[in-house]
Design a binder for this molecule. Structure first.
Ligand code: NAD
Length: 453
């Protein structure tokens, strides 16, 4: 590990990665490597948890290609120094902010979108002019192996490399000094990463999880709400960090909502009998999710196929905030529904939980929309939709509080992997004498005047 990092640091110190043409070439090469290996990528992800090639193409590769396209298109603008105004005391001078790469970056990925989550930050790291070591999740083992093979065969390890491994290897990596650590995963491991980074004062971005609420009010477009919600919840068998974790619904429309949800699940063919339905990543997670299903509260689904590691889309009704299913992030195809009669109480309840990565509001009322967006703190979300915010590169993607900090996608990713150096540049033909000896009350008076103090 040490050797790889030292070699990357040596390469970074050659300043080659700071050249914009070099960065663009690497982005092109990165894209070519992905495009020429698409079929192998589909096979690996399917082997890991039966994720279909359609879902893989739409939710991972399309986003990755989009990140690359945006980075290539905007790189020159993102990387240029930006002028800022200069204060009177420094007259005459100019001031500007100059982005520079951080150096050697460690990117640790999660298994649920195994290609996208490990490689999208790489696009940002390359664009910003860094070198990177990627550590994909060991739980999606076929993907991890393939990623290591296609990246390591095509890139010089002193610039970009994939290191495979689980807890032991990641712990060893985390003992080393990096210039940036970008972590995607659970809040529990996020704390371990943050502590390890603190020893070297390494800046970190933590992309973590949490319980994302979907709040549905009685004046919503129920048909569209259900359609979008069901898609977002059961995509990837609920193993999506920004999937709606639970629903809060106005009591007066609860029955109609539940009926429609059942029909929509059937229509969308999310079923353990369907070969296109994603598996739960492993037996441990299958058991964990199964325990969250209270049989007395199942309104739809509840079937578990241990031989195929699948859980039927399951809807729970009459759920209370202190039920077990509300005590941890579900990260599976189980949707608890809590009904409410007082929206303000609901907002208070949500604010009593750790801050979520996302929040979705389904309403046609401007007043309610504003109230929820203003009163609930969360990473980022959507109004009258769910999950789709991730496809807009102009929206920074990241958490707050327990769901993490820092963000990426589009320019936010470039910023995350950059340091912004502030520079004051002065000519030498003039100097205000005010700050020099001899000091006097008159000089102080003028300094105050100029600074408007
Ligand atoms: P995880 O935290 O178990 O693992 C993430 C990474 O950390 C893996 O690469 C793993 O090898 C490593 N790791 C695990 N234990 C470690 C330890 N003790 N020390 C050092 N490294 C360790 O998370 P996961 O199960 O892969 O992913 C699920 C979680 O990630 C969910 O909470 C989900 O919400 C979150 N997530 C967040 C985002 C986001 O963008 N915010 C995206 C996907 C998943």
């Amino acid at each position: 590990m040490r050797q790889i990092i030292d070699r990357q640091r040596d390469f970074f110190n050659t300043h080659k990665t700071k050249d914009l043409n070099f960065r663009k070439d690497q982005l092109r090469k990165f894209e070519n490597v992905l495009r020429s290996n698409e079929n192998r990528i589909f096979d690996a992800v399917y082997a890991d948890f039966k994720k279909s090639s359609f879902e893989m193409a739409v939710t991972e590769l399309a986003l990755l290609y989009n990140h690359i396209k945006e980075a290539k298109k905007n790189l020159k603008n993102w990387a240029r120094s930006k002028p800022v105004s200069t204060n009177l005391l420094n007259f005459p001078a100019k001031s500007y902010i100059m982005p520079e790469p951080l150096g050697v970056c460690l990117i640790i990925g999660a298994w649920n979108y195994p290609f996208g989550l490990s490689l999208s930050p790489v696009v940002a790291a390359i664009a910003a002019g860094n070198t990177a070591i990627v550590k994909p999740s060991e739980l999606s083992q076929h993907t991890s192996k393939l990623m290591a093979s296609i990246i390591n065969e095509n890139f010089d390890p002193s610039y970009l490399t994939v290191v495979e491994g689980g807890v032991a290897e990641t712990t060893e990596l985390l003992e080393q000094r990096f210039d940036k650590i970008f972590f995607t995963g659970s809040t529990r491991v996020g704390k371990i990463v943050y502590q390890a980074a603190a020893k070297h004062l390494t800046p970190v971005t933590l992309e973590l999880g949490g319980k994302t609420p979907a709040i549905i009010t009685k004046d919503c477009n129920l048909k569209m709400t259900v359609k979008r919600l069901v898609w977002a919840k059961f995509l990837n068998a609920g193993q999506t960090c920004i999937a709606p974790d639970y629903v809060l619904i106005d009591r007066s429309i609860e029955d109609e909502f539940l009926q429609r949800v059942k029909k929509e699940i059937e229509k969308e063919q999310y079923s353990i009998e369907n070969d296109n339905y994603t598996q739960i990543i492993n037996q441990q997670h299958l058991e964990r999710i199964s325990k969250l299903i209270d049989p007395d509260k199942v309104c739809f689904g509840g079937k578990i196929d241990t031989s195929n590691n699948t859980i039927q889309p399951t809807v729970l009704q009459d759920v209370m905030f202190d039920d077990n299913v509300m005590k941890e992030e579900i990260f599976g195809p189980v949707l608890p529904v809590i009904s409410y009669s007082d929206l303000d109480q609901v907002i208070e309840k949500v604010n009593g939980l750790p801050k979520a990565l996302s929040c979705y509001v389904f309403t046609n009322s401007k007043r309610i929309k504003k109230k929820i967006l203003k009163k609930i703190s969360f990473g980022g979300g959507a109004v009258n939709d769910a999950v789709m915010q991730i496809t807009n590169q102009n929206i920074p993607f990241g958490g707050v509080g327990h769901s993490g900090f820092g963000s990426y996608h589009g320019e936010a990713g470039f910023k995350t992997f950059s340091h912004y150096k502030g520079i004051l540049e002065k000519p030498t033909w003039f100097e205000l004498p005010l700050k020099y000896f001899p000091r006097s009350s008159r000089k102080l008076f003028w300094i105050r005047r100029i600074m408007k103090l």
